[in-house]
Design a protein around this ligand. Sequence first.
Ligand SMILES: [Zn+2]
Length: 189
Amino acid sequence: MVIEMNGHSISDEFIDLCYKTAETSLASGEVPVGCIFVQFSSDHPNGHVLVTGHNRTNVTRNATRHAEMECIDKIVAKFGSQMNKLHEIMAETTVLLTLEPCLMCVRALRYLRPKQVLFGARNDRFGGNESVYNVSTNELISDPKLMCYQLLSAKKSIDLLQRFYKQTNESAPKPHRKRLKTSADDSEL
Ligand SMILES: [Zn+2]
């Protein structure tokens, strides 16, 4: 499958890499969310991968280490010393994400001004592209609007998240409930 969006042809190769990145996250005990930046330039009309990233909140014990922030750090490390160049590159870049970006990441991506963001499942708890709040095109924010589209597989993204939560529940210690015995004990399930 190829997704054609605003002049960028997003091939299976890129979509598979995005989900593979989320799988890597799962294998390392992190919430499985994958992110990749793909640039389409005159040198690379079919696109090439600039950076990849997945969640690293557990290993770093830092709740801001989302897949998008990992990618942003990598791209800034590469081109951040030349702000104009960074914006030029981002204008040619599609961000692929397995999950709708959260409020924080939508805001950070909006600073960076990629051409567009394509994501998989909606993020009902934290999504910054309308699911919780609309940060992507909110007029009160002065940066250019961030165009986000739900075009990748929501099912694949949700399957990965469900595998993670199943794995987490299975490895969690069984709760030992300690409490005083009361006359209501018999009624407790
Ligand atoms: Zn985020």
